[in-house]
Design a binder for this molecule. Structure first.
Ligand SMILES: NC(=O)c1ccc[n+]([C@@H]2O[C@H](COP(=O)([O-])OP(=O)(O)OC[C@H]3O[C@@H](n4cnc5c(N)ncnc54)[C@H](O)[C@@H]3O)[C@@H](O)[C@H]2O)c1
Length: 262
């Protein structure tokens, strides 16, 4: 039979992927799926024990994985992490603060009532963290004439979320940054994209206390369920692989049809 597709389609054998915030939730799932396609995975988390737990589970399943505890908001930490990691072919900027244990109470009121001292925490991890890691990853990618950068943003950054104005701004900034890096990196065969998530629930996040509020939110989703981390991994695999080599500068929603990209 003639060949139906290139050998090794979506295969990441020989690639090293660094996933930030991979100690739980969406990042853990992305790390697991990249490892499942053969990548060596560097598992980052600011909480070292989480990074170790994820990496140990991947190794136990037969993958190659190393944990590195580092805070992506610290450029010194990020520089140390990339020095430890060795050459990184695929960077997934996943660390952010929309998930479990994050305190959004300061943002529950309208922006004009928010305390300016609460803004920086959203900018730091969702925007500066992406700048830091991308800056550290790019020189090696340019030198090797290959790179894949995927940044996890939120639909809040694409269409706006009234209760989360600063988070929306930081995520929109990260998407704009990906577009700029796509332009600058293209001639070095580096792609850069953002994926915009709707609400994703993982084992680490309980259902909202108020089922009626869940039902109201789900009414806006074409597929009437919240996402799970596994919903995100397929697009990341495509963008990270050779098959994604002509997809760059885009913000692609993964959101159950909550909103559509034009
Ligand atoms: N869960 C959702 O509904 C949802 C929706 C839209 C976008 N997102 C985005 O998806 C990404 C993952 O979300 P999640 O729900 O899995 O979050 P999560 O809170 O469950 O997991 C995030 C992980 O990142 C780590 N982390 C946080 N700050 C860090 C830092 N400074 N340096 C390194 N690691 C850090 C945390 O320790 C945690 O293990 C985030 O960027 C988030 O903004 C999530």
């Amino acid at each position: 039979m003639s060949q139906l597709m290139p050998p090794g389609f979506l295969d990441l054998t020989g690639r090293t992927a660094l996933v930030t915030g991979a100690g739980q939730g969406v990042g853990e799932s992305i790390a697991r799926h990249l490892a499942g396609r053969g990548a060596r995975v560097v598992v980052n988390d600011v909480r070292g024990a989480r990074a170790i737990a994820t990496a140990e589970a991947l190794v136990a399943a037969g993958a190659e994985a190393v944990p590195i505890a580092a805070d992506v908001t610290s450029y010194d930490d990020v520089r140390r992490m990339f020095a430890e990691a060795g050459p990184v072919d695929i960077l997934v900027n996943n660390a952010g603060n929309a998930g479990a244990g994050n305190d959004f109470s300061s943002m529950a009121s309208p922006f004009w009532e928010s305390d300016p001292s609460t803004w920086q925490a959203f900018i730091e991890v969702n925007l500066m963290g992406v700048l830091n890691c991308t800056h550290a990853a790019l020189p090696g990618m340019a030198e090797r004439r290959h790179g894949r950068i995927v940044t996890v943003i939120s639909d809040a950054g694409r269409v706006g979320e009234g209760r989360l104005a600063v988070y929306s701004a930081a995520k929109a900034g990260a998407a704009g940054f990906m577009r700029a890096i796509a332009k600058a990196g293209g001639r070095h065969l580096i792609t850069a994209n953002a994926i915009a998530l709707g609400t994703v629930r993982s084992g680490t996040q309980g259902a909202e206390a108020d089922p009626a509020a869940d039902a109201r939110q789900l009414a806006a989703y074409a597929i009437r369920r919240f996402g799970v981390p596994e919903d995100v991994a397929g697009l990341v695999l495509l963008l990270a692989s050779d098959a994604g080599g002509w997809i760059t500068g885009q913000t692609i929603p993964v959101n159950g049809g909550f909103s559509s990209a034009l």
